[in-house]
Design a protein around this ligand. Structure first.
Ligand code: SAM
Length: 232
């Protein structure tokens, strides 16, 4: 698979430093003005976060596991995970604005800074080794080959578990999208890509991981396939 296009990545970063930051920071809050679509995305995304937290608690032993939250946004997963007692969390995001807000929220919540280390980094530059690597709703910004390359890179950082979520490709959604593009609304700042689950699973398999659990979290305007992989 080909490496991530620099042009595409620069566009995504630019968006999440500015208008994208404003939009998603509002969506990923418990209060504040949002429209109906954004409110549904907020509800759907919270289902994904709660689903991951439930799985991680079932897996147990949080206090002795290290985590990597790749593309952490404002810390929607990392903050509660730290509160549940995770030993160490390396949370990073391509957007400095996101990392700054995540750090602010951690301080506001009174979290020990030592437990969650926030840093600005795109996920392809991440190194290190973690018990569990998590990457939620980030692949939406990248086409299939780039997303598969990301899966392989993240798998190389994971000792035991890899948890990813993405908008699944389905023929119905593809049809709705093609109708949408015949009648374009106000221009969207980034493209959204749906991904073929079979390709994501194949990429993980090439990196030595097999699916352990999967679920689909949804609300109107939000669909996210969640998969937990374990090292074979
Ligand atoms: N994972 C977080 C969550 O579920 O709350 C945030 C999801 S948000 C829809 C997507 C995030 O991915 C944004 O914060 C964006 O800055 C980040 N992102 C996009 N491309 C990235 C990349 N190549 N490396 C790291 N982060 C990236």
């Amino acid at each position: 698979s080909k490496p991530m296009g620099n042009q595409e990545k620069a566009e995504v970063k630019g968006y999440f430093e500015t208008t994208g930051f404003e939009r998603w920071n509002r969506i990923y809050s418990t209060s504040g003005d949002v429209n109906r679509v954004q409110r549904n995305i907020r509800i759907g995304h919270q289902k994904t976060v709660d689903n991951v937290l439930a799985w991680l608690q079932e897996d147990g032993d949080l206090a002795s596991r290290s985590f990597c939250d790749a593309g952490c946004g404002v810390g929607s997963l990392s903050l509660p995970l730290a509160q549940l007692g995770a030993a160490s969390i390396a949370a990073s995001d391509i957007s400095e604005a996101m990392v700054k807000e995540a750090t602010r929220r951690a301080t506001e919540a009174g979290l020990e800074v030592a437990r969650v280390q926030f840093s600005a980094s795109d996920l392809e530059s991440l190194g290190g080794s973690y018990n569990t690597v998590v990457c939620l709703d980030v692949f939406i910004h990248y086409p299939q080959p780039q997303a598969e390359a990301m899966v392989k890179h993240l798998a190389a950082l994971a000792q035991r578990r890899l948890i990813v979520s993405f908008a699944p490709y389905t023929p119905l959604l593809a049809l709705l999208k093609s109708i949408g593009s015949l009648f374009p609304g106000p221009s969207k700042a980034t493209r959204a890509y749906t991904l073929k689950e079979s390709g994501i699973i194949a990429a993980a398999a090439q990196a030595g991981f097999k699916p352990l659990r999967r679920s689909l979290n949804q609300a109107p305007f939000y669909f996210s396939r969640l998969i937990e992989f374990e090292r074979i």
